[in-house]
Design a protein around this ligand. Structure first.
Ligand code: IFM
Length: 434
């Protein structure tokens, strides 16, 4: 190593991993989303856009249901020590009260295969999708869904719990409550503040019930949710309505759930992607045109520092369970990872108890209403053959996981935070970004 390069070491035992969700990678799942997609691509609105319906139907996804051994090998090849994946409720309980034994066995095999490779398991029990019969009964706006979800959790705890190291009861519940019941982008496409409030309350109770259940069987279990914790700013810092809007969105987006479940979490699961400027002018988000991902999301590594500092007020260990970007030509991913990790490291130095980092995602996968166009994977997936191919950024991430560190140049002084983003480009060696 050249003498002006310095290693930023992460704490011993730091968790390095990759994340996926069941519906986005497994393939062959019938649930409320698959039913919604089928209807959506036939709608007039969709047809008018002249989009290819196949790109918006999850279908076989990445065929990970059949290729999980290969995927675990890929995860392992990155020198990670943990992996996050999901269990699909609709597979386990396709009909009300009917448990699919073969599917339970399947997930037991996936967990065993993960353990065999020496990887810690981080398992998501619910990642936005519901069995179709749950949706038909009113989804999360129906109080009964809590009871039904807890029956499913009980089964998982009994049948699979011994091989689960970290539990994620719910993935980004506030996003689903908002997109599904208030803004109406996701199924069930409701536009009701009342239903949004109901869904939120039910999701909170579902988590608390699941937390208690898991701890009954495994008193030392590590249980949490993931919360989409982006960094919000008012578009105009001097404009009171923008400032208020930022406060409301941050309250519902970040505070609300954690405030309610704070006594029922063992760690904080963070999903961080971007900075969002809020403005009172619809569609309420002021889009940036530069320094953005293929999704149009602003790349703002410094934001992860602010979010981590902010969440440290809950006084729990924090695990970053998602961070990544859509970057089809892989020109920004390696740099993105290193810059974000630079700020994660800074947060740790400043006393925040961060225990791990999971990159979203291991594979290119089905990005919900956006379909297959966004490429989030460290590994590209051929849509016809399902062949996986490592992107160059996978090599960079693999090196970080192996050495438990990132490199940076020492000759350059680090400016104070907030100004840092303008200078941070210079901090990293481009040599190891190839
Ligand atoms: O793909 C999603 C994931 O399912 C939840 N968090 C954000 C990711 C990127 O949009």
């Amino acid at each position: 190593m050249e003498n002006n390069q310095k290693k930023l070491k992460f704490p011993n035992g730091f968790l390095w991993g990759t994340s996926t969700s069941a519906y986005q990678v497994e393939g062959g799942i019938t649930n409320d989303w698959s039913e919604w997609e089928a209807k959506r691509v036939k709608s007039k609105k969709f047809k008018n856009k002249k989009l290819n319906p196949n790109d918006y139907i999850c279908g076989k996804a990445c065929d990970s249901y059949n290729r999980y051994e290969e995927d675990l090998d890929l995860a392992k090849s990155l020198n990670t020590n943990a992996v996050r994946f999901g269990i699909e409720w609709a597979r386990i309980e396709p009909k009300k009260g009917v448990w699919d034994v073969a599917e339970i066995k399947h997930y037991a095999q996936v967990l065993a295969a993960t353990k065999k490779r020496g990887l810690k398991t981080v398992v998501t029990l619910w990642h936005w999708t519901n069995p179709a019969w749950i949706a038909k009964a009113g989804g999360w706006a129906n109080k009964e869904t809590v009871t039904r979800y807890l029956r499913y959790v009980d089964l998982i705890v009994n049948e699979l719990g011994g091989n689960i190291d970290y539990w994620v009861t719910l993935n980004e519940p506030m996003l689903l409550a908002n997109y599904g019941y208030f803004l109406g982008y996701f199924p069930p496409n409701r536009h009701s503040f009342f239903k949004f409030k109901k869904a939120t309350k039910n999701l909170i109770n579902a988590h608390i019930g699941a937390y208690k259940k898991i701890h009954e069987y495994f008193p030392n279990a590590q249980v949490s949710i993931t919360n989409l914790s982006n960094h919000f700013e008012p578009n105009k810092k001097w404009f009171f309505p923008d400032v208020m809007l930022k406060k409301i969105v941050a309250y519902y987006g970040i505070n609300k759930f954690f405030n309610e479940i704070n006594n029922y979490i063992d760690y904080i699961g963070v999903d961080y992607y971007r900075r969002i400027h809020l403005t009172l002018i619809p569609p309420f988000i002021k889009r940036k045109k530069e320094n953005i991902t293929d999704m149009g999301w602003e790349i703002y590594p410094e934001g992860i520092y602010h979010v981590l500092k902010y969440l440290s007020k809950f006084k729990k260990p924090i695990i970053i369970l998602e961070n990544g970007l859509a970057d089809a030509d892989d020109s920004r991913r390696a740099e993105f990872i290193k810059k974000h990790l630079y700020f994660v490291h800074k947060a740790i130095e400043d006393g925040v108890d961060v225990r791990g980092y999971f990159h979203w995602s291991l594979l290119d996968n089905f990005e919900w209403d956006k379909g297959y166009a966004p490429k989030f994977g460290l590994f590209a997936v051929d849509r016809k053959t399902f062949e996986r191919k490592a992107r160059l950024s996978a090599e960079v991430y693999g090196e970080i996981c192996k050495t438990n560190s990132i490199n940076f140049c020492t000759g350059i002084s680090i400016p104070p935070l907030n100004k840092i983003n303008h200078h941070v480009n210079a901090v990293f060696y481009s040599s190891d970004l190839k």
